[in-house]
Design a protein around this ligand. Structure first.
Ligand code: DGL
Length: 262
């Protein structure tokens, strides 16, 4: 069986790339819902229905485990999918969200003033704060900032404009912060520009650096899942809508990971 990754668009490909680098031996299948992107402005119910479609595709494609490589979908659906959808339809499979591992990383190495940049929906869900509260992480002072303009810019490869817009937001809303959490998988594409701009004044937490080691730890802890994973090296990408420029963009997001498109 394979490991699946789900995103509303291409952002999750950067997580696929990083995971493949850490765990190259497995087979991977990626589902990007480019037809419905962006999720960030949609209602909770719409996001749930669209994410369920992606889960069905990935499980029917033979995934034993799916990572929701999308903060917006994780915020709105992860618990409900785990508690309702999986037991009813795929009781022998697993779904992992992306917010809990990011919050764990934040708590273990980023204390003090933290600014979270994310989609409108992720910010409105308050999921990051709720997960911090569960961990009683009261040394973390979280400022949550919605940045709806960033995903469309990044999906169109306008990375310099996206970096500039995010720096403006960070300086305006969280100038004092010591840590910036990039709470949207698309934003991994601008981490380099942010690090160049802030140097060691701000620590940038980027999920492509969080998820691979968390996944490795999860697989190490669950030998019954590892036993079901085929060692093969297959990488497949399924987009719900294709645009001619996606071929170039996919190459950039994947940075050398070989894929078979569907
Ligand atoms: N990549 C998604 C995330 O991590 C957001 C993109 C969207 O708005 O659809 O939140």
């Amino acid at each position: 069986m394979k490991i699946g990754l789900f995103d509303s668009g291409l952002g999750g490909l950067t997580i696929l790339k990083a995971v493949v680098k850490e765990l190259p031996q497995y087979n991977y299948s990626f589902y990007g819902d480019t037809q419905n992107l962006p999720y960030g402005d949609k209602s909770e119910d719409e996001i749930y229905q669209m994410t369920v479609e992606g889960m069905r595709y990935l499980f029917n494609d033979g995934c034993a485990l799916v990572i929701i490589a999308c903060n917006t979908a994780s915020a709105e659906t992860a618990r409900r999918l785990q508690n309702e959808f999986l037991p009813a339809e795929y009781p022998d499979r697993k779904i992992l969200g992306i917010i809990v591992p990011t919050v764990e990383t934040l708590v273990s190495d980023g204390q003090g003033k933290v600014i979270l940049l994310a989609t409108k929906r992720t910010v409105e869900s308050n999921k990051y704060q709720l997960e911090l509260d569960k961990k009683e992480a009261n040394k973390v002072e979280l400022v949550q900032v919605a940045a709806p303009e960033l995903v469309p810019l990044i999906e169109h490869n306008e990375l310099a404009a996206a970096a500039e817009a995010s720096i403006k937001l960070i300086d305006a809303k969280g100038g004092e912060s010591e840590v910036v959490v990039l709470g949207c998988t698309h934003y991994t594409q601008i981490k380099k520009a942010l690090r160049e701009n802030y140097g060691d004044k701000k620590k940038i937490i980027s999920q492509d650096e969080v998820i691979p080691r968390k996944l490795r730890a999860y697989i190490d802890k669950h030998p019954e899942i590892e036993a079901r994973l085929i060692h093969g090296g297959e990488r497949k990408v399924h987009l719900t809508k294709h645009r001619p420029d996606y071929d170039v963009l996919m190459g950039q997001f994947l940075g050398g990971v070989y894929v078979e498109e569907e």
